[in-house]
Design a protein around this ligand. Structure first.
Ligand code: ADP
Ligand code: MG
Length: 476
């Protein structure tokens, strides 16, 4: 039986984190509270989200329709401490395109070379083959600069876009996202495309043995730091998680099997709830964020929790409150009316005031918006940022708690990366508290694991190399 706490216990934990709103005008105060009530989750709703998430994981892992992709990554083991050698890593899909060379000695990184390369709009939006030829050119440049061009090297490829993996080194792009839209790549195996481009270029000997995304890379990087690591979590522009699943529970397995006991499952939880599953917590503010977004009617969950959207959510609420003449004298500046002008970075600044019980950070943020504001307005902005942040942390914690319960280990470390987690002053605190309430029978730790998308690809290559050696050895 899945453990499920009493709703009232969850209510209490949530309530403790919300500071009361105290304005000089009590009528305004009541109205603001009333308009924001819809954003405050009840314990009952939190538990309902958890139930649905758990069911969606189960559906996805059984190849049934689900808003969670539950992708098999074909990585059956994490690091075991013996990984030694030089490994290349290519990281595409984050803010920058990077190539790395990492030297491992018993899983410790003893040397690391990194270079960033610029990808022009023409390349990102042009013909796919041209883009991959450029990646091969950069790789050629990199291995020569590092003085390893004469050697045969294995490489891991971090490709942070939705893909369908058929094996450890086969990843079919489902759909470009972010700022990429190169033609003739969707539906193709990007490992094959890159391999062919490397061949066309000639003069280097690079074998791409693993493809992964940033979330899986974060789990591998976390494992290097702590062998109890079993979950990878991203809280940045977007959000996603992966975890070690028992192999016998995984029905989708296209590649040859070698008696794997476990495998990393990439949950792809950004689109959790698409199609109406989470409508019972959806507010008009959420609908507006969705309508204004590049990908309307999709990435429902990400729109509640990730860095790309939290600031915009706060802005839409503030605009609404001003339209009700509850703040800023009812007058909005041009900047405040601009989509995405209130970034999640600002939410972190305002939240710092909530922690320190000051107003200086909020004051600085609001100054940049050319608004007419008073002390009460500052309190309202602080309140809005808190409500939106707590809801996001609660939803992340709810799903994380379900993953932890599903794994059912005595103790598990969660490797986390992403600017929202790193810079929001209270996110970690809330996650520790809420997950503890929702999954009290399991010990867990949250650990920052940076640069999983870079180093993680090198680590994946190292694990893949070790596995390949052992399969060869066993078949002899
Ligand atoms: P990526 O997700 O592209 O790999 P990051 O993990 O650095 O990169 O996340 C960047 C995102 O994090 C930005 O798009 C922004 O939404 C959010 N962000 C940036 N700075 C902060 C901050 N100080 N506090 C909260 N969120 C932030
Ligand atoms: Mg990242």
């Amino acid at each position: 039986m899945r453990f499920r706490p009493e709703p009232s216990a969850v209510d209490l934990a949530i309530e403790e984190e919300h500071a009361p709103l105290a304005l000089s005008n009590s009528q305004t105060e009541e109205k603001v509270k009333e308009l924001l009530k819809c954003l405050r989750l009840t314990g009952e709703n939190v538990l309902r989200v958890g139930d649905i998430f758990s069911q969606e994981m189960e559906n996805g892992i059984n190849d049934q329709p689900s808003t969670l992709l539950m992708e098999n990554t074909y990585i059956p083991e994490l690091l075991n401490g013996t990984e030694t050698g030089d490994f290349l890593a290519l990281d595409l899909g984050g803010t920058n395109f990077r190539i790395l060379l990492i030297s491992l000695q018993n899983e410790n990184v003893v040397r690391e070379e990194v270079m960033q390369y610029h990808i022009s709009d023409d390349l990102r939006l042009g013909e796919g083959e041209v883009l991959f030829d450029y990646l091969a050119d950069c790789l050629y440049d990199f291995v020569h600069k590092c003085g390893v061009a004469s050697r045969r090297l294995v490489m891991g490829f971090t490709f942070s876009f939705p893909m369908h993996q058929r094996s450890l080194n086969c990843g079919v792009l489902i759909k470009w996202t972010k700022s990429f839209a190169a033609t003739n790549v969707e539906g193709q195996d990007v490992v094959k495309m890159l391999g062919e481009a490397i061949k066309r270029k000639g003069g280097i000997d690079v074998d791409i043995i693993a493809i992964l995304n940033d979330t899986t890379g974060t789990l591998l990087q976390g494992c290097r730091l702590d062998h109890e690591c079993g979950i990878g979590l991203i809280l940045g522009t977007g959000s996603n998680a992966c975890y070690m699943e028992r192999a016998e529970r995984v029905s989708h397995w296209e590649a040859e099997r070698h008696g794997e006991k476990e495998v990393i499952i990439d949950i792809e939880w950004g689109a959790f709830g698409d199609g109406g599953l989470l409508d019972f917590i959806r507010t008009d503010f959420d609908k507006q964020v969705d309508t204004n977004s590049l990908f309307a009617n999709s990435f429902t969950f990400e729109k509640y929790i990730s860095g790309k959207y939290l600031g915009e959510l706060v802005r839409l609420i503030l605009v609404n409150l001003a339209n009700h003449r509850l703040i800023f004298n009812g007058i909005l500046s041009k900047k405040m009316q601009q989509i995405d002008s209130f970034t999640t970075n600002y939410v972190s600044h305002v939240e710092k005031d909530n922690v320190d019980n000051t107003i200086c950070e909020t004051d600085t943020v609001l100054k940049g918006f050319n608004l007419d504001y008073n002390e009460d307005d500052i309190q309202v902005v602080k309140y809005v940022c808190e409500v939106v942040s707590i809801r996001a942390a609660l939803l992340v914690s709810t799903c994380l708690a379900e993953v932890i319960k599903r794994m059912n280990r005595d103790s598990v470390t969660v490797a986390v990366d992403g600017s929202l987690y790193k810079h929001h002053p209270r996110f970690k605190h809330w996650m520790l508290k809420f997950v503890e309430i929702l999954a009290p029978r399991h010990k867990f730790q949250l650990m920052l694991a940076e640069d999983g998308s870079g180093k993680g690809a090198g680590l994946a290559a190292a694990v893949a190399q070790r596995l390949r050696d052992s399969y060869c050895h066993n078949s002899k």
